[in-house]
Design a protein around this ligand. Structure first.
Ligand code: KG4
Ligand code: ZN
Length: 343
């Protein structure tokens, strides 16, 4: 199999990557659109789509040049085709289809969630790649789910958030505290200065059966605590204490839900012993440490890909494409772009 070009433009990261036929990374480029969206305190879909259109041609050209691969040597082109923001999805997938048509290459319409799910199978993260089945704990800005990854294309949702995604909760609390955007990393930074025991925030769903989670009550409790601290802007130490207490509540909930998810996984797959985490929140150090401890108590091993491969990137898209092409799964260039596309 020749190298695979991957393209990702489903949210606010424009990314291109080339991997060889064994999955080794030849080139990876990510352009974050932080500066474009910062004045609005969140991702503006129309701005994102236009920025993808502006960045993508040069980014792909540079990725191909860095990989030292010509288009005709490629084994295929893979582009995220859902779920995500429709404008960016159209830009990325049409761009990929154009390259595939021009050079007569197979095209793969990649599901962004499948790409996160399969990242742990990249060679080198777990020996030659995490073997099926394993448990995926996907923690991003749009999705928070526990999924049994049984085989390529075979996923069983064990549970997930019933309201906000974990990243979304981080972003909303960060906005409330005025610590900057994107919220997750900013909140983690200021939390490091605070006292995690200062505010006894609720731990929703703790010890409930299953592995669903719910975060809107926690978010409300944080908003009420902030309101009780007074009308004016909070002092830095107060913000740090709220941030640390909120982060600790999230960490406790995630650790508990992970234990339940691993128990469910064992009931369904007796040999399962890997828990893989992915999504932007998986780059949080406290979250990673808590999941690692939880894995230890359940006799599981935590696989946490390097941070750059946890958040949105095109290596995972190229890899998902390669896994599909190896099984002769390719898509027609008329494949739809799907803003909603559950696994
Ligand atoms: O997976 P991702 O890059 O994009 C998608 O949502 O698909 O995840 C982004 C989310 C954002 O909500 C961001 O605030 C959160 O992940 N995040 C973090 C951290 N880094 C990113 N949350 C907590 N701690 C972090 N260090
Ligand atoms: Zn993502």
């Amino acid at each position: 199999m020749g190298p695979v070009l991957g393209i990702e433009a489903s949210c606010d990261e424009t990314a291109a990557a080339v991997i060889d036929g064994d999955g080794h990374i030849l080139a990876e480029m990510v352009l974050s659109q932080l500066a474009e969206h910062e004045p609005y305190g969140g991702v503006v879909p129309e701005i994102a789509a236009r920025a993808h259109l502006r960045y993508l041609p040069d980014l792909v050209r540079r990725a191909m040049a860095n990989a030292n691969v010509s288009y005709k040597e490629l084994g295929g082109v893979a582009a995220t085709s859902g779920p995500g923001l429709i404008g960016g999805l159209i830009v990325g997938s049409q761009f990929g289809k154009g390259i595939a048509i021009a050079h007569d290459l197979p095209f793969v319409a990649v599901n962004h969630l499948e790409a996160h799910a399969l990242t742990a199978r990249l060679p080198g993260l777990v020996d030659d790649g995490a073997p099926f089945p394993y448990l995926l704990f996907l923690l991003s800005g749009g999705h928070s789910q526990c999924i049994a990854v049984m085989d390529l294309g075979q996923y069983r949702r064990l549970g997930g958030t019933v309201d906000d995604a974990v990243g979304e909760a981080f972003d909303k609390v960060a906005k409330l505290l005025g610590v900057g955007w994107p919220g997750g990393p900013a909140l983690e930074r200021i939390a490091a200065e605070g006292d995690p025991d200062r505010f006894p925030f609720p731990r929703p769903m703790l010890r409930r059966p299953g592995c669903d989670l719910s975060l809107s009550g926690l978010k409300t409790a944080v908003a009420q605590a902030v309101a009780r601290l007074g009308d004016g802007p909070l002092e830095r130490a107060q913000r740090a204490d709220v941030a640390a207490s909120f982060q600790q509540a999230i960490v406790d909930v995630l650790a508990d839900r992970a234990v339940h998810a691993m128990t469910m996984m064992r009931e369904q797959f007796a040999d399962a012993d890997l828990i893989v985490t992915a999504g932007g929140v998986a780059s949080n150090k406290r979250v990673r440490a808590a999941l690692s401890d939880a894995a230890g108590t359940c006799g599981f091993r935590l696989v946490a890909p390097p941070i750059r491969l946890c958040s949105d990137n095109a290596v995972m898209v190229a890899w998902a494409g390669l896994e599909r092409l190896r099984r002769d799964l390719r898509d027609d260039v008329s494949a739809a772009t799907l803003p909603r596309w559950p696994l």
